[in-house]
Design a protein around this ligand. Structure first.
Ligand SMILES: O=C([C@H](O)CO)[C@H](O)[C@H](O)COP(=O)(O)O
Length: 235
């Protein structure tokens, strides 16, 4: 599979999200993500607006579904999402419902293994029909552990184990530095997602060239230059 660059628009207003998305598209980003804070702040409208402005671009709606799976996925699909997110901690029936809605409405399902036995959760998500695994160490978990003076967990800790456990593409997310995120295809995870370093810590992001768009363009070129990443033994 060709590596993909996705940006998570973890922002809280649509104007800023559209502006960031436009810059990302110019720089060569492949997928946009309506982040959880954006969906909470702007509702389905943020997905509709992103679809209107970027008619051809895949849009991940990071709704983190826990229940009522069919309706949530259906609403996101009708608003223009191409990918929806369900949690591995949801009941199996909920994951079934999201997968069914995905098939009925032509959207792909990403299963998020946050706060779980991550390798088993990834296998469960694959067995239940998800199209991708999001291997995710959560924001609160990372900060809580660091606040106790312990080593902050990273998605890289178990990334190889997760990649080897499933035959569907994996995305690693949660506290990765830019450099770490860019290297996730080397672990067999082709979906590179850029979050906080782009939207929250943009000043550090642009230090390389002084310009955010140029930096992002260089990152996209670097990720795309990896060529095919083997998934489940197949390129
Ligand atoms: O999904 C996320 C989190 O649960 C808050 O909603 C974030 O998008 C994810 O954790 C990204 O983290 P960073 O890579 O640190 O931006």
């Amino acid at each position: 599979m060709k590596p993909i660059v996705q940006i998570s628009l973890d922002l809280t207003n649509i104007e800023e999200a559209l502006e960031t998305a436009a810059m990302a598209m110019r720089a060569g980003v492949d997928w946009l993500e309506a982040g959880t804070p954006l969906i909470l702040a702007e509702g389905l409208n943020c997905v509709r607006e992103l679809r209107k402005q970027f008619p051809e671009t895949p849009i991940v709606a990071d709704l983190k579904t826990m229940d009522g799976g069919y309706l949530e996925a259906e609403m996101m699909a009708k608003a223009g999402a191409t990918h929806v997110v369900v949690m591995s901690r949801a009941h199996e029936e909920t994951i079934h419902c999201v997968v069914k809605a995905g098939k009925d409405h032509g959207v792909e399902v990403m299963g998020d293994n946050l706060a779980d036995d991550m390798v088993s959760a990834a296998k469960k998500l694959e067995d239940l029909g998800c199209d991708y695994v999001i291997h995710h160490v959560g924001y609160d978990e990372r900060r809580g552990i660091a606040a106790r003076g312990e080593r902050m967990p990273s998605p890289l800790d178990q990334l190889r184990d997760v990649v080897e456990a499933v035959k569907i593409p994996v995305q690693a997310v949660g506290g990765l530095s830019l450099e770490q995120a860019i290297r996730t295809p080397e672990y067999g995870a082709p979906l590179v997602v850029l979050g906080a370093p782009l939207t929250i810590d943009a000043d550090s992001f642009k230090t390389a060239s002084g310009n955010l768009e140029d930096s992002l363009r260089m990152i996209c070129e670097k990720v795309h230059a990896y060529g095919d990443v083997a998934i489940g033994g197949q390129k």
